[in-house]
Every structure is written in structure tokens, then in C-alpha cells.
Design a protein around this ligand. Structure first.
Ligand SMILES: [Zn+2]
Length: 287
């Protein structure tokens, strides 16, 4: 199968009340691990890279690897660019073969967010790929985007409706109380707000900051209309921890083909668990 746009995957997920896991990868082994997880769980998959990873590896390398993975896979796979506020990076990713991009102009005033998002939607529609945008501010740290958690502003349902109508954006990430990174306590998610936003807009909603949200809270958010769940930090930590463990046990290990194996296994297992939690496991047959 070729890489697919995430729009059809997410519309189907929203209609059937489950969410598709979107997993940030930073190396070839991480990409392979999430694809193996999707195959084993028979789940649709969204592979994500941050702008930082695009700058580190190159959009063309990432897209080429994702294309090979999708060609070999029996499950539908989309390749998504996470949080990006640079139009030129978005265009270079689209050109490289990404099938989904996020324009995050949520740090700008509403009208500027609308204008930036409209511009990206126009470019994406020309090639038939998905655009995700953000309203309000998700707390915490993701790459170099830093938002003071206390000042994080939540999305307003009426503004969400106006934003979706004016921009034609395909998927929306409204700030509803989750944060990037690892939570210090239990996240304070505004479930009522998720419900009101889902009523106000008909596009699939995206849950950011999926690392470490308690299972019951994930299920509730998904039942209210979240159709994509982003998981990044948690996976990066467990992948790195598995490698650290190898070196703690065997400081002389010097073969990446060996020390990466436990990390791949740990990542694959964690991703399968997230797919089961989101409800996308076993849903590959829907497409
Ligand atoms: Zn995010």
C-alpha cells in the first residue's frame, strides 16, 4: 500500500468512535518499531516527525523510509509533520511525500492563525493531503515551542467552529487541558469542553500530549470525539532507557544492530498498548 492521507483514516475513526495513534519517531529503528506494532495489532497508523527531526534527518530521508514501510505493510499508513509554524518546512515536507501536516500558528492572534492555516490548506488541497491546526495553547514543551503551563489557554468551542469554517482545515487540535511532556500529576482535562467542541465542528479532533494520560481519561476523551492521539515523549524515554540498560549491563557493547534490539522491542510493545487503548487495534480492515 502507498502512504495515504490521514484525512480518510481520521474521518473513519471519528465516525466509529475510536482514535488513531500517532507516534513520533526520530530514527529508522523507531519507525520500523511503530510499523511492526501496527502490523501486529492490525491497526491503521500515523507516523509523525517533529520539525526538529526533519532538520536532523531530512524530510526526504524520513519520507523515503516511510514510503518503503507503507509499500511493505498490509495496514494503511500516513506520514505526518507535527507542530510546524514555518511555511517553507511544510512545503518541503509535502514535496518530499508527507501525506499530512500540522500548521501550528496557535501562538499567533486568531486572525493570523486563520490566515496561516488557510494558506497551508490551499497548498495541501492541491495535492490531496491532510492539514491539522491548533487552537488555544497546549501546555508544556515540544521541541523548541515552550508554553508556560499556567498560562496555557484552552480552545473556545465557538471559535473552533468559526476557525474550521473559515480555514477548511481537515483536523483540529483544540487545547483542552493536556500538556506536552510527562505529567507531574494527573492531567486536568476539560472533558465538557471536548464534548462542546465536538458538537460545534464536524472534523476529527486531535488529542495532543498523550504521554502518560491515565487510561480512563484517554477512553473518555476518545468517546467524546478525539480521533487522533499523539504520543511522543513517553516513547522517546522508553526507547532511550532500553539502550541505557544495555550499556549498563554491557559497557563494551558497540554494535548498533545489537543494542537497538531491546529498544525496538520495548517501543513496539508500548505502541501496541496505545493502539489497544485508542481503539484502533484491529481496525485496519476498515480501509
Ligand atoms: Zn503536540
Amino acid at each position: 500500500m502507498s502512504l495515504v492521507s490521514s484525512t480518510s483514516l481520521l474521518q473513519e475513526a471519528r465516525a466509529k468512535h475510536y482514535a488513531i495513534g500517532a507516534f513520533n519517531v526520530h530514527t529508522l529503528e523507531m519507525l520500523q518499531a511503530v510499523v511492526e506494532a501496527a502490523e501486529e495489532a492490525q491497526s491503521p497508523l500515523i507516523i509523525q516527525s517533529t520539525v526538529g527531526t526533519v532538520k536532523h534527518l531530512g524530510a526526504d530521508y524520513i519520507a523515503a523510509a516511510a514510503r518503503v514501510a507503507a509499500d511493505r505493510a498490509s495496514v494503511p499508513i500516513a506520514l505526518h509533520l507535527d507542530h510546524c509554524n514555518e511555511f517553507s518546512v511544510i512545503i518541503s515536507c509535502i514535496r518530499a511525500g508527507y501525506t499530512s501536516v500540522m500548521i501550528d500558528a496557535s501562538h499567533s492572534p486568531f486572525e493570523e492563525n486563520v490566515a496561516m492555516t488557510q494558506k497551508v490548506v490551499e497548498a495541501a488541497n492541491a495535492v490531496g493531503i491532510n492539514v491539522e491546526a491548533e487552537l488555544g495553547k497546549v501546555g508544556g514543551v515540544e521541541d523548541d515551542i515552550v508554553v508556560d503551563e499556567r498560562d496555557a489557554l484552552l480552545a473556545d468551542p465557538k471559535e473552533c467552529a468559526e476557525f474550521v469554517e473559515r480555514t477548511g482545515v481537515h483536523t483540529l487540535a483544540p487545547a483542552i487541558g493536556t500538556a506536552h511532556g510527562i505529567y507531574k500529576g494527573t492531567p486536568n482535562i476539560d472533558f465538557d469542553r471536548i464534548g462542546r467542541i465536538a458538537e460545534a465542528v464536524d472534523v476529527p479532533l486531535v488529542l495532543h500530549g498523550g504521554s502518560g494520560i491515565p487510561e480512563e481519561q484517554v477512553k473518555r476523551a476518545v468517546s467524546l470525539g478525539m480521533a487522533k492521539m499523539n504520543v511522543a515523549t513517553e516513547l522517546r524515554i522508553l526507547f532511550s532507557d532500553a539502550i541505557k540498560h544495555v550499556f549498563a549491563e554491557n559497557p563494551d557493547e558497540n554494535d548498533p544492530r545489537k543494542y537497538m534490539v531491546p529498544a525496538k522491542k520495548a517501543l513496539k510493545a508500548a505502541v501496541i498498548e496505545k493502539m489497544q487503548l485508542c481503539g484502533c487495534a484491529g481496525r485496519a480492515g476498515d480501509f
